[in-house]
Design a protein around this ligand. Sequence first.
Ligand code: PGA
Length: 251
Amino acid sequence: MRVPIVAGNWKMHMTSGEAEQLARGILDSLDGTVRVEVVVCPAFTVLERVRKVLGDSPLKLGAQNLHWAEEGAFTGEVSAGMLLTCGCEFVILGHSERRTWFGESDTTVNQRLRAALGAGLKPIVCVGETIEERQSGATEPVVRRQVTAAFKGVPAPDAAGCVVAYEPVWAIGTGLTATPSQADAVHTSIRRVMRELYNDNVARAVRLQYGGSVKPENAADLFNRPDIDGGLIGGASLEPDAFAAIVKAAV
Ligand code: PGA
């Protein structure tokens, strides 16, 4: 049985005080009833402050990226070890905004994934097609290429513990959502790729999130699909009540 997982990607939002308020708001809105895994992923600058607010609640902390080196002359980058000391358990990798704006490639996603696993962080690996790729019928090959490249050299037990977020680029922050059947079809194909790369156990164990304009109104229909194990939430994760409603939809 896969435990559903809902993660909030706060992106480049929330100064220190705002982040603390948001974290408190989420704890209040969830009201202790968390029967799925819930992760919040704030900016690097507020990780420690949010960690303190989360305290011994079941909510977990994640970061939005990391660099693959342990340390060194990499101005502006943050290592896995640094994230661990801030209390992170999860890390988002290969988000389409990083691929689009910051030169992230299949190769660097793989390097980051292996570094995260090596350090004991749980990766949330993002994949997804652009609108042009969907319209030309290339969704499945694109997602297959991204998943295959990301997991190159990753051993089966590590892969089984990963989360893969399917986030169609055209649905991120646009208000457009993949229909539950469109999303589920891609999730099924990701599971098929994991079965080919590894085995049935890994394919069954890996958790697959959907991301892209998930809201309280559409969350339950998406999460009810057999191959959708929760969501990666952007905009709606910045509103405590909306995020809590999405979490409850995953229960
Ligand atoms: P969105 O973002 O929910 O605002 O569409 C999702 C994401 O980028 O992870």
